[in-house]
Design a protein around this ligand. Structure first.
Ligand code: 6GU
Length: 256
């Protein structure tokens, strides 16, 4: 069981992704518990101010540190009373370290996680420096806030928690778990609009199917994500397979 705390100015944004599909199942089964808190509830002034002008001037507003510190400290105090300490405090921001399956795996080992979603043009730097223990970005593009990023991170983390998936096998073969992209999947009908399912998949020969899938994974990764291939753990014969691809013109590894 993982307990997830999300601090946000827009709790309503989380209603959709957390109340549908496999994620909702995980909540129902008690694999994950999500506690969404409004940062605005941790303000004390009449207008519940959460942002202010940037020192030094410039466009946009900056999130004030006080409500964020108070919100995190409120959660930490509650956990402390249950004897839970050293809970990671993760700030979602485009300046963070890049989120990958490896980072998801690392986070999935914790029983409690606190996420801070920033809004506006920025967050007072003292949050990153003195409150957050980790700062994560989901990619090299800018979102209007950390909420969508938090949903992405939480989703990827939750599906790695033991007991989340029906069959743990599906974790082993899929894209990124192996360091390679996943092989193509097919279901019925065997021929759809003249496009046939590869013969080997209908053969019932499981050794041949496994070999075909591994080759497809390698081929696809070589074509689409050669950066992943360089880091993947390959058998010598698989490395030779790739080398043959790279020297063969008609497969077009280099072209896409
Ligand atoms: Cl975590 N936040 C924002 N605002 N933009 C992002 C991001 C996070 N990751 C990628 N772009």
């Amino acid at each position: 069981m993982v307990n997830i705390y999300i601090l946000t100015l827009f709790p309503q944004m989380f209603e959709g992704p957390f109340s549908a599909g496999l994620f909702q199942k995980a909540v129902e089964r008690g694999v994950v518990k999500v506690d969404i808190r409004n940062i605005r509830d941790y303000t004390h002034d009449k207008h519940h101010t959460t942002d202010d002008y940037p020192y030094g001037g410039g466009a946009g507003m900056v999130m004030k540190p006080e409500p964020l510190f108070e919100a995190v400290e409120a959660v930490k105090n509650e956990l402390s009373q249950q004897g839970i300490e050293n809970v990671p405090v993760i700030l979602l921001s485009p300046q963070g370290r890049l989120f990958t399956e490896q980072v998801a795996l690392e986070l999935s080992k914790h029983t409690h996680l606190i996420f801070i979603c920033g809004q506006y043009e920025g967050i007072d730097e003292r949050v990153s420096e003195y409150l957050a223990t980790d700062e994560i970005s989901i990619g090299d593009y800018v979102l209007t806030g950390g909420e969508l990023a938090a949903m992405v991170v939480v989703n990827a983390v939750v599906r790695l928690i033991p007991g989340f998936l029906g069959s743990p096998d599906s974790l082993l073969s899929e894209s990124h778990t192996t360091g390679l992209l996943e092989y193509p999947q097919y279901t019925r009908p065997p021929v759809f609009r003249d496009w046939a399912v590869p013969e080997v998949l209908l053969s019932g020969n499981h050794a041949q199917i496994a070999q075909w899938r591994r080759e497809q994974s390698l081929l696809r990764t070589a074509k689409r994500r050669s950066d992943l291939l360089a880091k993947a753990n390959l058998y010598p014969e698989e490395k030779r397979f790739i080398q043959r691809l790279e020297t063969s013109v008609d497969i077009g590894v280099k072209e896409q």
